[in-house]
Design a protein around this ligand. Structure first.
Ligand SMILES: Nc1nc2[nH]cnc2c(=O)[nH]1
Ligand SMILES: [Zn+2]
Length: 479
């Protein structure tokens, strides 16, 4: 029986690994995943008994033809030795505009880092040619590290923010794209002219993004107050009203990253001026209607118990950014503490506070930072390989509101995936079939799958990311 999807559906066969729960990975071998022309996982078959049988099973179950004339026109992707499919990574917080500065932070801390390195670079991206160069590169780079979905900050400039959205759509990377709102405590060369101007520029970007991708399946706009200190009360009021007017829109901002920043918030927003329930940072966002179940809060390092309660009640989400938090010495976020309080957590690279474009690196650093928290006295703080991979995929999906679509390989979800390949050594101790570019992970052959995954987390990089798909579309391939 010929299918209406004939010629466009795809079959993936071999080993699949994904998070079943926070502390458990699912390992499927000799399995097949069928992906429809719309990029949806329409069948998962386990224990197939080989690739040919897998094809037969899928064909008869879905009515898809099993040869080139009647069905699968595309190659059947099959994992080789030491390879497995893994869900695409979700970077829940990064500044596309800061990518040229990765690694450039000296000994700065947040507030001086913003003034010294960050604002001058962001302001310079109002040059369209420069913005195109930077944004094209950051999209290619993050895709090559397996990031299938990214929550991006652009700059205050509307045309280049819109360009970032155009480029993400063209490259096929899922993205939340936010024009940065900031109308105070910023240099005169890089600041919104007024709350009204900030709001109307934000509306312009939202309209553009909705126009280029009306279904919002790949690109979505996000309301982006930079952080409370850079926004006047009238601007926060307007952004809260905008969030209420467009309840589907996500919101992203920073919270409780640096102790000086927290003091500044207390000075700028005394509760009597905002009607907030207390003088905490979280209460400020809440007072302006910006703490909702669509809010992504980056950092959340120095929260108090009552702030964690409030965040949990509002169902706001946290983006944990261990690379940035260590690089610009902001602190060690207590991820276990957040999870225990029922707060959803994902990972963010926070480039260029963070120096690495890789969510795998963020996962590794989340594991390491959790060990520092443990050494500080909380024995339970340590995060396992399984847990950091959950944060990088399913946790991240929930943070960006896509938990029903991406983050694992279940029927009904979409095929956002990466093919991971580790270097399997032959008898002579050389990587089989590859002279060069064999990567940093050596598999000797006696490791269990759990051990192979641990070796990937602690030593892997983009050389192990062999191919990447978003919604069924191949968006990166390592030749
Ligand atoms: N890490 C980080 N924190 C911020 N707080 C306000 N702006 C920024 C930024 O660009 N990066
Ligand atoms: Zn940030």
């Amino acid at each position: 029986m010929a299918s209406s999807l004939e010629g466009t559906h795809q079959l993936f066969y071999g080993s699949f690994i994904y998070s079943k729960s926070l502390d458990q990975l699912e390992y499927l071998h000799d399995a097949a995943v069928a992906v429809s022309s719309a990029g949806k996982i329409v069948a998962v078959e386990r224990e197939c008994g080989g690739k040919d049988k897998a094809l037969e099973k899928i064909s008869s179950r879905l009515g898809w033809g099993s040869d080139a004339t009647t069905g699968f026109s595309k190659e059947v992707y099959e994992t080789g030795e030491g390879q497995f499919f893994f869900p695409g990574f979700i970077d829940t917080h990064l500044h596309a505009s800061q990518y040229p500065n990765v690694g450039i932070f000296g000994k700065s801390t947040l507030l001086d880092w913003l003034n010294t390195y960050t604002f001058p670079l962001e302001a310079s991206l109002s040059d369209p040619a420069k913005a195109r160069k930077v944004y094209s590169r950051v999209i290619r780079k993050t895709l090559s590290h397996g990031t299938t979905c990214a929550a991006y900050y652009a700059t205050i400039d509307v045309p280049s923010t819109n360009l970032l959205a155009d480029l993400c759509l063209a490259a096929g990377q899922r993205a939340l794209v936010g024009r940065v709102c900031m109308d105070q405590l910023a240099p005169s060369y890089y600041v919104d002219e007024s709350p009204e101007a900030s709001l109307s520029a934000t509306r312009e970007s939202i309209a553009h993004i909705r126009q280029i991708n009306p279904e919002g399946d790949i690109i979505r706009p996000v309301i982006t107050p930079r952080f409370a200190p850079a926004c006047s009360a009238p601007l926060l009021t307007k952004l809260g009203q905008l969030a209420a007017e467009m309840p589907g829109l996500p919101i992203q901002t920073h919270i409780s990253e640096n102790k000086g920043e927290i003091e500044l918030v207390k000075e700028l927003f005394p509760p009597e001026s905002t009607g907030a329930k207390d003088d905490s940072y979280a209460a400020v966002y809440d007072a302006f209607g910006l703490l909702t179940d669509k809010t992504i809060l980056a950092h959340a390092i120095h929260l108090t118990e009552s702030e964690a309660d409030l965040i949990q009640q509002r169902k706001a989400k946290v983006s944990h950014c261990p690379c940035s938090n260590s690089a610009i010495t902001s602190g060690a976020a207590r991820v276990r503490w957040l999870l225990e309080r029922g707060i959803v957590v994902g990972l963010g690279t926070d480039m260029s506070g963070g120096y690495s474009p890789s969510v795998l690196e963020a996962a590794r650093l989340a594991a390491l930072v959790s060990r520092h928290v443990a050494m500080g006295g909380d024995e339970t703080a340590k995060l396992s390989v399984e847990e950091v991979l959950y944060l990088a995929t399913r946790g991240g999906a929930e943070v960006v509101g896509l938990e029903d679509k991406v983050g694992s390989f279940e029927e009904g979800m979409e095929w956002d995936a990466q093919l991971v390949g580790l270097g399997v050594l032959g008898e002579d101790g050389q990587v089989e079939g590859q002279e060069e570019e064999d990567g940093n992970v050596d598999v000797f052959g006696w490791e269990s799958w759990e051990e192979k995954v641990a070796k990937w987390v602690y030593n892997g990089d983009d050389r192990n990311t062999r191919a990447v798909w978003v919604k069924g579309r191949l968006v990166h391939e390592r030749k």
